[in-house]
Design a protein around this ligand. Sequence first.
Ligand code: HEM
Length: 486
Amino acid sequence: MAETLPYSWLVGFVCFVLGFLLLQLYKLVWRADSRGYRLPPGSTGWPLIGETISFFRGINSTDQPRRYIQERERRYGEIFRSNLFGRSRIVVSVDPEFNKHVLQHEGRQFQANYPKPLRNLIGKFGLLSVHGDLQKKLHGTAVNLLRFERLSVDFMEDIQNLLHITLAKWQAKRDIHLQEECHQLVLNLMAKQLLDLSPSKETEEICEAFGHFSDALLSVPIRIPGTAYARGFKAREFLIKRIYEGIEDRRKHPQVVRNDLLTKLLKEDSLSEEIIADFILFLLFAGHETSSRSMSFSIKFLTDCPKAYQELKAEHEDLLKRKGNLRNEKLTWDDYQSMKFTQCVINETLRLGNFGPGVFREAKEDIKTKGGFMIPRGWTVYVFLTGTHLDNKYHSSALTFDPWRWQQHLQDQELSKNPSFMPFGGGARLCPGMHLAKLELALFLHNFVTKFRWEALQHDKISYFPFPRLIKGLPIRLHLREGQDE
Ligand code: HEM
């Protein structure tokens, strides 16, 4: 003992000195990097982890998800410096006007800059990994594939067919976890729309692989066998292989008439197979988690707000009456457009749900902000959309589900000018799937509220950590509404 004591003191002393030197080095690098600019105010927290834990602890709080932001906003304002997600040169913005500016200057002053582990998984041609002309081209392709005329014909039919089959299955089960069921529903939808696959053993395998792929996107990015991140890469390989098989099949049998997006993409000569495969996988990813969460969240909000539920139900019952109470008759595009209160419910679900919580951009040049501060070139700007959507300054009683707040502002054009409500981002990367997402949610709500009554089996809560989700998965019991066949 007498001999080991001085040794352990020595080790302690060396660790202390090393720690001190590392801290000094960190500060030196930090200062050198700020190039003497007047950086936006803020705090950088601990070396390496910075303020990441405080950030996640804040958004994990079910009653005060804006706590981390509020504390910093009070001290530093709506644009502040931090150290988050392993990035020590990051500025967080919850300033709606600045956010809009950032999104609208994509490709010029700013450029998408998502974490490398995410880019590795979505592939080098996944839309959030590409820039410049290729991004413009692929974005344009996505907009074209998901444009109104396509939605109003092909998609409306497919979505409604699948909803009828799926809701009949739910009816047979009676007790379901809605979040999980919606997850499966939207995967089947995407499999049909992208690859012309109907629910089968094959789609089940794809769904399973896709589950691993999505989990990996949210996991700790350590790629050693057995980790969720490594499983994600295996799943990616499997999915890409299936897409290549789909391409081969379409090339071999051009006479088979197919209406899916893969077939349409193959007609675009200028896209290589590698680009097409990453593009399809990215659409699967981008259109899945977001849309499926919006469905389960909307039912959670309606469960907790009976007045909104009654008004929504009345709108859909009226619609059915107008269609002669023919429950199995498909809705048309005009029917969809007539759902005014439903649009309010959708907007409010998007605002409170925050399915795309924030976007990452890199400053391509030095950027001046309010108060004469400077964001140096190369720094990350995290446009934290959730922070604005849940801010009482811009949305009164912001944590309350209040679909009526949208009644005066339903016109899409008017909404797109509102920088404090940007659930689909903006500028050159404005979500090309926004109209599809809204259509899916409206058709889901129509079918769900006209077919079922439901009761919550447990009280559930929302968490925004690591991504928006219902903590218990929304367990509910379904009851057929009067007039529905058993
Ligand atoms: C509730 C549903 C959805 C939400 C909240 C949502 C949100 C977003 C947001 C915020 C962005 C911008 C990312 C950025 O600027 O860095 C985005 C981009 C994108 N979204 Fe969506 N999205 C949804 C559904 C969909 C669907 C259904 C699809 C297609 C099937 C889709 C496809 C895309 C694509 C391809 C991009 C990348 C655009 C680009 O970088 O050029 N999204 N989405």
